[in-house]
Design a protein around this ligand. Structure first.
Ligand code: OGA
Ligand code: MN
Length: 294
């Protein structure tokens, strides 16, 4: 028994990348995110390229340590427009709070307690963030889990005919609503997706570091393929949306306090389950400045 316990403790201390066995995802063990060294940073970066999303568990890091972790991946990018129209933490405007907690009627974070539909982050900008890091401070007893779908696999699994048809086509990525369906401050309701404000990106993008092609859809709501009749665009986007999250592309994290997830926003989509609105969920998040899609 003693030996088994020692062995378990030793395993946790060793820097190891353990693939989830699913369509993406790995756990990295033997990491102290509060005391990063070069070998750990290199391992994390490679693991993110190889597995697209990694989880490091049991990390009681501070906001400053979250920011320091983010900066090892590149320059931080301030979050998009929050539902309150200003940063949630005055001292750390680079941190986005994801939470359903309200104080005196004012949200303490984005996304509430409802489902956040499949999406990729910040794709309504010309240069969407490359990496996002989400750290769990408070977690409800059930629900609120986060799912990731591998979009290299989604691209590769498309029938050749459809690949040919879609190659070079461009999608409008609406900025009006966030993935929880909340209207962003300063935006008005949109009824015709062709008029949606937001960036345009090719439907297939090439990851600058891996050279691999990925399907790049963004949010379904108000999305639109440029140059196609609206009905055809709607039909194709529904079909592609269903394809992109096929179970064999997906891994999900069942959150525990102290979990830190790092994901590559260039080749994944993600969604979040709803949870009981009377329970608290509190996450702090940073993201890394992006590049033009190619
Ligand atoms: C995000 C996001 C979902 C979650 O941070 O970009 O979509 O699990 N979060 O809170
Ligand atoms: Mn997101």
């Amino acid at each position: 028994m003693q030996n088994a316990q020692n062995a378990a403790a030793a395993t946790e201390l060793t820097l190891q990348v353990i693939p989830s066995g699913k369509g993406c995802g790995a756990e990295v063990t033997g990491v102290d995110l509060a005391a990063l060294d070069q070998a750990t940073v290199a391992t994390l970066k490679q693991a993110v390229l190889d597995h697209l999303v990694v989880v490091v568990r049991g990390q009681p890091i501070t906001d400053l340590q979250l920011i320091a972790l983010g900066k090892t991946f590149g320059e931080l990018e301030p979050p998009g427009t929050s539902v309150i129209g200003k940063p949630y933490i005055d001292e750390f405007p680079d941190i986005l709070v994801i939470s359903n907690v309200m104080e005196q009627g004012i949200p303490k974070g984005n996304l509430g307690s409802g489902e956040a539909i499949w999406h990729t982050d910040m794709s309504y900008r010309e240069k969407p963030c490359t990496i996002a890091i989400l750290h769990a401070l408070e977690i409800p007893p059930a629900g609120g889990n986060t799912y990731f779908a591998n979009q290299y696999m989604a691209y590769e699994a498309l029938p050749d005919e459809l690949k040919k048809k879609l190659e070079g086509l461009v999608v409008i990525h609406d900025e009006t609503y966030n993935s929880a369906g909340q209207l962003r401050k300063g935006f008005r309701e949109i009824t015709d997706p062709r008029e949606a404000p937001g960036a345009r990106h090719r439907i297939f993008r090439t990851h600058p570091l891996t050279g691999r092609k990925a399907l790049y859809l963004g949010r379904r709501r108000n999305a639109c393929i440029v140059g196609l009749p609206l009905e055809e665009s709607e039909r194709l986007l529904d079909q592609l949306g269903a394809h992109a999250c096929r179970p064999e592309f997906v891994w999900h994290n069942e959150w525990k306090i102290g979990d830190t997830l790092i994901w590559d926003n260039r080749c994944l989509i993600h969604r979040r389950d709803s949870f009981d609105a009377s329970q608290r969920r509190m996450m702090h998040r940073v993201q890394i400045r992006g590049e033009a899609t190619q």
